[in-house]
Design a protein around this ligand. Structure first.
Ligand code: FMN
Length: 193
């Protein structure tokens, strides 16, 4: 990764539905991001199921695009739903592809911030724990110290999908700042090298 002044974040949403609260959380991130920080999103809909035989021949094109997008970003912002106390299948599948090869994958050392919104009371904490474990296996640099777990999401967004809840806005702002700080440490190390 080159050293740039502008910070490019790659947003990944673990829900495919259009009116997803997690997609809305990524949109809110774009609005709340500090100046000079840009969030683009990668749609997981066309990422095929992980298959080691397919991988042995070559990565499918959408998987190559996913890996390239991760590599070219300064950091990841992952919004996870919670399905049956865990990460959604599409998100786990994308992590599985991106984690390959196991040594030196695009996730290795990548700054990652995790957040999530659910209609339940836990606000995706269990899914976020699972996601942390999966990303730790690839030695991603997972941002700590700020938590965004939007519980009972139907009460936190307005009818246009705008995040209205003050606590969630404050938490999301803190998470974005923590991610940018983590990235700054990486860029500093890059410039020093
Ligand atoms: C298969 C499935 C399992 C779910 N399991 C949970 C759960 O374990 N905990 C929870 O809080 N919500 C659960 N929900 C409700 C989701 O939080 C809710 O559908 C949410 O809107 C999904 O995120 P999205 O809006 O980004 O699509 C589940 C929903 C589905 C479809």
């Amino acid at each position: 990764m080159d050293c740039h002044d502008a910070v490019q974040l790659l947003g990944i949403c673990g829900s495919l539905r259009n009116a997803s609260y997690n997609r809305a959380l990524l949109r809110a991130s774009n609005d709340l991001a500090p100046a000079g920080v840009h969030v683009t999103t990668f749609d997981l809909a066309a990422v095929p199921p992980y298959d080691g035989d397919v991988e042995a021949r070559s990565d499918p094109s959408r998987v190559s695009e996913l890996k390239r997008s991760i590599q070219q970003s300064h950091g990841l912002l992952i919004a996870t739903p919670e399905y049956n106390n865990g990460v959604s299948g599409v998100l786990k599948n994308a992590i599985d592809w991106a984690s390959r090869p196991p040594v030196g994958s695009v996730l290795s050392g990548k700054p990652v911030a995790i957040m999530g919104a659910s209609t339940g009371r836990g606000g995706t904490r269990k899914a976020q724990d699972q996601l942390r474990q999966a990303l730790a296996f690839s030695r991603a640099d997972i941002v700590t110290g700020a938590n965004v777990a939007v519980a009972e999401a139907y009460a936190k967004f307005d009818e246009h999908g705008r995040l209205m809840d003050e606590t969630s806005i404050r938490d999301l702002t803190a998470l974005l700042e923590a991610l940018v700080k983590t990235i700054a440490l990486h860029v500093h190390a890059c410039k020093a090298a």
